[in-house]
Design a protein around this ligand. Structure first.
Ligand code: NAD
Length: 225
C-alpha cells in the first residue's frame, strides 16, 4: 500500500492542491516545503507549518485509515508506505513506513542532533532557535530537493519488490522517489490498483483504476475480503 495526501483529505488535512486556497493561496507549497524557501523567509514557512500542525492536531483518522489498519490480519503481510507526514496511519493503528518524516517532530536545520517530538515543548520563536547550537529549528520532514533517509527508503523498496499487489491511494505520483515505487513493484510482478478520484501519471501502471474517495472505497474494498 502506498498512500499520499489524498487519503487524509477526508480527515480535513489539505492536499498541496487544496492548500492553495484561503490564507495560503498566494504561496507555492513547493517553495514553502523547501530549504530554499525556508532560508528565504523562515517566519512565513514556520507559520505555514504551525497552521498545518494545528490542522493535523485537530484531525482524526478517517474510515480509510481505519479500514487499512484493521485489514492487516486479512493478508500474509500488509505494509503501509506513506508519503504523509500527518501521523494519521499510526493513530489509526498501522505501523507505516513514513517516507517523508513527521510534521509534529522538530529538528535543527544544522542537523546538530537536536530533536523535539512534542510541539508544545518547543522554545519560543517563529521559528525557534536550536537550544544546542542556536541555528533555526525546522520541521522534521523531507523537503523538496532533500534526500530521503536511506534505510527508510530501502525498506520501502524491498516491500515494493516483494509484494503481489500494490494499492496506490491518494497520491498525484509526482514526488520522487516515492512515485517510483509502483513501477518498481510492477516490474517485480505485482498487480497495481490505483485509487484516486482524479487521473494521475501512475494510472498507466494499473490493472485496475478506481475513481473514488479513499475513505469511501477502502472500507468497501476490505469488507469484500
Ligand atoms: P498531492 O497533494 O500531490 O496529491 C494528492 C492526490 O490525492 C491527488 O492526486 C488527488 O486527486 C488525490 N485525492 C484528493 N482527494 C482524495 C480522496 N478523498 N481520496 C483519494 N485521493 C484523493 O499529494 P502527494 O501525492 O501525497 O505528494 C505530495 C507531497 O505532499 C508529499 O511529499 C507529502 O508528504 C506532502 N503532503 C502531505 C500531506 C499529509 O501528510 N497529509 C498533505 C499535503 C501534502
Amino acid at each position: 500500500m502506498l498512500t499520499g495526501a489524498g487519503i487524509s483529505a477526508e480527515s480535513g488535512i489539505p492536499t498541496f492542491r487544496d492548500a492553495q486556497t484561503g490564507l495560503w493561496a498566494k504561496f507555492d507549497p513547493m517553495q514553502l516545503a523547501s530549504e530554499r524557501g525556508f532560508r528565504a523567509d523562515p517566519p512565513t514557512v514556520w507559520r505555514w507549518y504551525e497552521w498545518r500542525r494545528a490542522r493535523v492536531a485537530a484531525a482524526a483518522p478517517n474510515a480509510g485509515h481505519l479500514a487499512l489498519a484493521s485489514a492487516a490480519p486479512l493478508f500474509d503481510m500488509l505494509t503501509v508506505i506513506t508519503q504523509n507526514v500527518d501521523g494519521l496511519h499510526a493513530r489509526a493503528g498501522s505501523t507505516p513506513i513514513e517516507l517523508h518524516g513527521s510534521i509534529m517532530r522538530t529538528e535543527c536545520l544544522a542537523k546538530c542532533g537536536f530533536i523535539e517530538n512534542d510541539p508544545k515543548r518547543l522554545p519560543p520563536g517563529e521559528p525557534p532557535r536550536c537550544p544546542q547550537c542556536a541555528d533555526w529549528l525546522r520541521p522534521a520532514v523531507v523537503w523538496f530537493g532533500e534526500a530521503l533517509d536511506t534505510s527508510i527508503l530501502h525498506r520501502a523498496e524491498v516491500a515494493s519488490q516483494q509484494c503481489d499487489l500494490m494499492m496506490v491511494v491518494g497520491t498525484s505520483g509526482l514526488v520522487y522517489p516515492a512515485a517510483g515505487l509502483p513501477a518498481l513493484a510492477a516490474r517485480s510482478g505485482a498487480q497495481i490498483i490505483v485509487l484516486n478520484p482524479e487521473p494521475t501519471d501512475l494510472d498507466v501502471l494499473a490493472t485496475v483504476v478506481v475513481r473514488m474517495a479513499a475513505a469511501v472505497a477502502l472500507p468497501k474494498f476490505f469488507a469484500s475480503g
